[in-house]
Design a protein. Structure first.
Ligand code: NAD
Length: 505
């Protein structure tokens, strides 16, 4: 787990495009000392937001979703300027958020409705048991740079739906898109329950110190620091962290499909996706065929920001240096570069799409998160070896298995130590927001989405127990004689043991 180096903030707030070096815009950094005041304002506004109830909040979220749809072009142009993404990659983010908002708008009232719980024992049917979901007032969202719209809003929408106010700390590398997203929230007449804190580590720390829940997305090394800081105030965190996702290609796979998926999964957004395909294990008998198909696909790819590029720039020189280091390390240890393997000549932080073979687990490209457009492919002798190698990682975000026999692929999937497995596809679990998305091991703690859980995670559970009848009221208090209480406890034990006695037979 390597920590991303701290970025030095430009004193003027100038943000430059990694594709061209030209100015993408300027931002006013937040003074960390101002964060308590911003959080206090949110805390105040949150009360009325909660009081609107789910239906009232759903209306506001619906207006915001419409605003996002109507301003898609403007958002995507800014995304391209700020991150150097290709137009195809930039076009993925807004629809995902509208889809998530649309689902929450439809389901939030049900997700937040008090739940009736059954009596655990018949004698407790004198009680009405309810669980109420009450929002945590201020949710701090700390986001990375790779998807400035999605990383900001995919969690914020759930928190806002829950009735929380949101203090969003975008990455210091991509603060501009967040400014536009906030302007949209204000333009559609929404209350002041969404605010920004712009800056780097110190501002993040102030956000943690002034929130009631922290939703963090970023590297595993930073995730540890976030959790340590949150522990000082005993506030909960949800951590969506780095990955080194494996793909396994079995000998009965549709090889063309597997190759297309591997290339897209590895190169999409220049490989800067937490769930990108970072390493591939291919059964010996189909290895040559798979590698040939991958190389054919990769050779057709064009790098470039905006229109015309399949994928765009890396976010900065640091990210490019990590990719260069992993490829150099692999070459030094005996790997072969079949395509790419170098920075694209000319201006901008571009790296050529790169296929590596003859790789093994002594190499950084197979063990550390690269977050660049590389695809290392390893030949394996058996399914068991593929599973062992896939699990040989500190990470456990997601994985992919390719086989024409879906049941066989599933039997492999359930042996992989990670939060999600896509069969005959890559990354698609991200769209399936009724299921949780969360990593195992160093890839995270908790999960986002998961149907109603994607809203309830921002709430505290309040249990309200009320009487159904006055019969039995006060029967356990001191007004009873010790003898009567003893008799009652004996009876309760006998009743509670009926089930276990039956089950133990
Ligand atoms: P990062 O950890 O460097 O930064 C993430 C955020 O944390 C930024 O906003 C940054 O300002 C802030 N930060 C930095 N130091 C901090 C500290 N000490 N305390 C609190 N906050 C601090 O990550 P990054 O380079 O921006 O993003 C890339 C990483 O994010 C990759 O590892 C990628 O896999 C991961 N990621 C994970 C998911 C997921 O859903 N699992 C999604 C996207 C990205």
């Amino acid at each position: 787990m390597t920590a991303t180096p701290d970025v030095e903030l430009s004193a003027t707030g100038t943000i430059r495009s990694p594709a061209t070096g030209s100015v993408a815009g300027t931002v006013r950094w937040t003074d960390p000392a101002d964060v308590p005041r911003i959080a206090a304002g949110l805390r105040e506004a949150q009360r009325a937001w909660e009081a609107r109830g789910p239906e009232g909040r759903a209306k506001v979220l619906a207006r915001y979703a419409v605003w996002l749809g109507e301003h898609r072009d403007e958002i995507e142009h800014l995304l391209i300027r700020e991150t150097g993404k290709s137009a195809i990659d930039a076009a993925q983010e807004v629809p995902l958020i509208i889809m998530i908002a649309s689902y929450y708008i439809k389901t939030m009232a049900k997700a937040l409705a008090p739940e009736k719980r059954p009596a655990p024992m018949p004698f407790l049917s004198i009680k009405r048991i309810e669980v109420h979901y009450r929002p945590r007032p201020v949710v701090g969202i700390i986001a990375p740079w790779n998807y400035p719209v999605a990383n900001a809003l995919m969690d914020a929408i759930g928190a806002l739906a829950a009735g929380c106010a949101v203090l969003l700390k975008p990455s210091e590398r991509t603060p501009l898109t967040a400014e536009l997203l906030l302007r949209g929230w204000q333009d559609c007449g929404a209350p002041e329950v969404l605010a920004l804190a712009q800056g780097a580590r110190e501002v993040s720390e102030a956000v943690i110190d002034n929130s009631d829940f922290v939703q963090f997305t970023g590297s595993s090394a930073t995730g540890v620091k976030v959790m340590e800081r949150a522990a000082r105030r005993l506030i909960p965190v949800s951590l969506e962290l780095g990955g080194k996702d494996p793909m396994i290609v079995l000998d009965d796979a549709d090889i063309e499909l597997a190759a297309h998926a591997a290339v897209w999964g590895a190169m999409f957004n220049a490989g800067q996706t937490c769930v990108s395909v970072e390493r591939v294990y291919v059964l010996e008998s189909v290895y040559e065929q798979f590698v040939d198909a991958v190389v054919r696909d990769v050779e057709k790819l064009r790098t470039g920001a905006g229109e015309g590029g399949d994928f765009g720039a890396l976010i900065d020189e640091n990210q490019l240096a990590v990719t260069e280091r992993h490829v150099a390390d692999a070459k030094a240890k005996g790997a072969k570069v079949l395509t790419g393997g170098r920075r694209r000549p000319g201006p901008g932080c571009f790296y050529e799409p790169t296929v590596l073979v003859d790789v093994d687990h002594s190499m950084l490209c197979m063990t550390e998160e690269t977050f660049g457009p590389t695809l290392p492919i390893m030949k394996v002798g058996s399914v068991a070896e593929a599973i062992r190698l896939a699990n040989d990682s500190p990470y456990g975000l997601s994985a992919a298995v390719f086989s024409r026999d879906v049941e066989r692929a599933k039997s492999v999937a359930v042996q992989l130590d990670c939060g999600a497995v896509n069969i005959n596809d890559v990354i698609s679990n991200l769209m399936c927001t009724t299921a949780p998305m969360g990593g195992w091991k160093a890839s995270g703690l908790g999960a986002r989405f998961g149907g109603p859980d994607g809203i309830r995670k921002y709430c505290r559970q309040e249990v309200i127990v009320s009487p159904r009848t006055s019969i039995g009221a006060g029967s356990t208090y001191y007004s009873n004689s010790p003898k009567a209480l003893k008799r009652m406890n004996k009876l309760l034990t006998r009743l509670a043991l009926i089930g276990p006695r039956r089950a133990a037979k």
